[in-house]
Design a protein around this ligand. Structure first.
Ligand code: NAP
Length: 292
């Protein structure tokens, strides 16, 4: 292996240190602390693991954490009325609804019910619009984590060829926009690129490759440009092991930097959620001050 490992934990610890200090200062200033409300419908095991990680991280930073566990059969109206209540509760800084959702709840409709200033996942059209305008406030956490890892290498993003594989609203599109705002040259590949047999033609030009698909071993080392920075967002369970979308053994022979899975993007994503909760807390106090 020649690639350097881009681990999320050291960066996450550094960021937690600065968040903790800022939260202490704000607690003294406002006599209040940021607080995150999480809604979980049903009991998906992967989602419960993520909820526990969030709670642990929030507790360690002095961020309040409230989980609302609802039945998987909860009616849409009941869920939306809980969101209304949380939107109007001044002690709630951020709201997230854990995925996966039951089939009768439409994610896009649900996102519109969360107040943009409490949308700590950065998925409300107002927040995604700000990202397109180059003025982001609350941005999807996984995309922020991927960019933080890339920047930690010290790479100059200006004019770099970035290839993103996967075009979801949660990862692929926002990570592309964040790097576009840094004047990198962005190519976003998706299922159509793969089905036309063109994925390798794009991937081979990537100075920076970000893969967020959810297919184990989709990208093998022979597709990757020598010296590329490789960010593997994918999480896949294969024979009781967690692996990414990039074939780690072959990719790490050609890349200059590579994220491990697990241990790369994941640990930083949860801290970015806390950072967004802190941003939301400050934003709401600014809005209140402007209204006074
Ligand atoms: P998603 O919503 O399912 O999106 C996957 C994307 O990959 C879609 O744009 C899909 O295109 C595209 N795709 C599917 N097959 C493809 C192929 N053969 N070639 C190229 N593109 C293909 O998933 P997501 O939420 O973005 O998550 C992606 C992966 O990241 C998952 O493994 C997830 O578990 C992981 N993840 C990790 C973290 C973390 O913190 N580490 C956070 C979030 C997600 P179409 O929609 O057009 O089919």
């Amino acid at each position: 292996m020649s690639a350097k490992l881009l681990e999320g934990k050291p960066l996450a610890e550094g960021l937690k240190g600065s968040l903790k200090s800022e939260i202490e200062i704000l607690k003294n200033k406002y006599s209040a602390a940021p607080s995150l409300s999480v809604i979980q419908l049903g009991d998906n095991p992967a989602s419960s693991v993520y909820v526990n990680q969030q709670k642990k991280c929030a507790d360690s930073l002095g961020i309040g954490y409230n989980i609302h566990k609802l039945s998987v059969d909860t009616k849409k109206e009941e869920l939306f009325s809980l969101l209304d209540k949380l939107n109007n509760d001044k002690d709630v800084s951020g709201i997230i609804v854990q995925l996966p959702l039951p089939a009768h709840i439409d994610h896009k409709e649900l996102i519109l019910k969360i107040h943009p200033a409490k949308d700590v996942e950065g998925l409300h059209p107002e927040n995604l619009g700000r990202l397109i305008l180059g003025k982001p406030i609350l941005t999807p956490c996984t995309a922020l984590a991927a960019v933080e890892l890339i920047k930690s290498t010290g790479v100059d993003l200006y004019g770099k060829e970035v290839v993103v594989v996967g075009h979801s609203e949660i990862v692929g599109k926002p990570v592309g926009l964040l790097l576009l705002n840094e004047f990198a040259t962005i190519t976003i590949c998706h299922i159509g690129t793969s089905q036309k047999g063109c994925l390798k033609d794009h991937v081979k030009y990537a100075d920076i490759l970000i893969v967020a698909v959810g297919k184990a071993g989709l990208i093998k080392g022979d597709l990757i440009k020598e010296g590329a920075i490789v960010i593997d967002v994918g999480i896949n369970k294969v024979e009781n092991k967690i692996v990414g979308d990039v074939e780690f053994e072959t990719a790490s022979n050609v890349a200059s930097y590579i994220t491990p899975v697990p241990g790369g993007v994941g640990p930083l994503t949860v801290v970015m959620l806390m950072k967004n909760t802190l941003t939301a807390f400050k934003l709401q106090r600014e809005i209140c001050a402007n209204q006074a």
